[in-house]
Design a protein around this ligand. Structure first.
Ligand SMILES: Cc1ncc(COP(=O)(O)O)c(C=O)c1O
Length: 339
């Protein structure tokens, strides 16, 4: 059977750059558990991954930018929604490593110079807000831009699926190896790990827990309706298994992922996510984000309320970050009249 040390060694062999603070803490949240009258809750603090206000993409970029550098790239091309956490962390990582960064961000209801977009400008990335929806068209646009940059003499690397999602899965297998080690030190053996994901994060959790034969079962909340999400997550997990030379194979039934907490659409608040955000801030002093983690926490709270989880269970909540996005939502959260 695969051991934790063996898994750490396989991960260490994958090309990577040193950009974050790892391992991230695994912290008990007794006041949150008490407020919910429910399970023992631990939070895995990927929001404390170090670079530029942290988040799950720092761990992911450890391998995607590692891949880029291994291929001799001097420029990163990325793009997503205008408040993308991934793009903000990529811009910061590029600065730390001395790479150029081009961001092409889809214009949407949060294309305001606040939160992540504010930080993209602060990091001096080459930012353009484009009238192209986030999705396959934007991915094509990024690839076309890279072709143009090549003719200018640069060596661009495009952060895009499926490679980026597979390397994210490698990153979150690593996160599971860390959790395995931290659980041993804490003397716990959690039942569930909840998170916000529709891609590589969940793929890595599913692959890591299965490869190490853990009791821990991943459950993810999607932030967006994504056609073909189970195929995407399964394929990323199985690509990561082949990158890491693991025999483990992921099948659809390994993947528990709900769309029930998205609300109106990606990036729009729900009353439940606002309550979850305030509860965690008020009980533990921990900041969730309104787009991903507060929706996943709303799901966890619901599952406690409806009895799917009870006080005999131990749950890990993987906090994937998103902290700066909160500042783009001040109007919705508190209005302008607080002073
Ligand atoms: C804060 C935060 N949480 C969760 C996710 C979801 O990650 P993925 O679906 O790529 O696993 C993202 C992705 O952008 C994010 O920024």
């Amino acid at each position: 059977m695969l051991s934790q040390q063996d898994l750490f060694q396989r991960i260490a062999k994958t090309p990577q750059v040193n950009i974050g603070h790892f391992p991230t803490p695994l912290e008990e949240c007794p006041r949150l558990s008490e407020a919910l009258g429910g399970p023992r809750i631990y939070i895995k603090r990927e929001d404390c991954s170090g670079l530029a206000m942290g988040g799950n993409k720092v761990r992911q970029l450890t391998f995607t930018i590692g891949d880029a550098v291994a291929q001799g790239a001097d420029t990163i091309v990325h793009g997503a929604a205008s408040q993308s956490n991934h793009c903000r962390q990529a811009a910061a990582a590029c600065n730390k490593l001395g790479l150029r960064c081009y961001l092409r961000l889809a214009r949407d209801h949060k294309s305001i110079v606040q939160g992540n977009l504010f930080l993209d400008y602060l990091f001096g990335a080459d930012v353009e807000i484009v009238d192209i929806p986030f999705g396959p068209e934007l991915e094509d646009f990024k690839i076309q831009l890279a072709e143009k940059l090549k003719t200018d003499g640069l060596k661009p690397y495009v952060v895009t699926s499926p490679r980026s999602t597979a390397l994210a899965a490698v990153a979150f297998v690593w996160c599971i190896a860390e959790i395995h080690e931290q659980q041993e030190k804490l003397g716990i053996d959690a039942d569930w790990i909840y998170t916000a994901s529709v891609g590589g994060t969940q793929a890595g959790l599913v692959l890591g827990t299965k490869a190490l034969n853990m009791k821990l079962k991943p459950y993810a909340c999607s932030p967006v309706h994504w056609v073909g999400k189970i195929d995407r997550i399964r394929d990323a997990a199985n690509s990561a298994a082949s990158i890491l030379n693991l025999d483990t194979q992921i099948v659809d039934s390994d993947i528990l992922n709900t769309d029930d907490y998205i609300g109106e659409a990606y990036g729009y608040l729900t009353p439940e996510c606002v309550s979850a955000l305030k509860l965690v801030a008020n009980t533990e002093g921990i900041i969730l984000d309104p787009v991903y983690t507060a929706k996943a926490m709303a799901c966890l709270i619901d599952h406690i309320k409806d009895g799917r989880l009870n006080s005999n269970d131990t749950v890990i909540f993987l906090h994937t970050g998103g902290t700066p996005a909160l500042f783009a939502y001040n109007d919705e959260l508190f209005g302008n009249s607080i002073i």
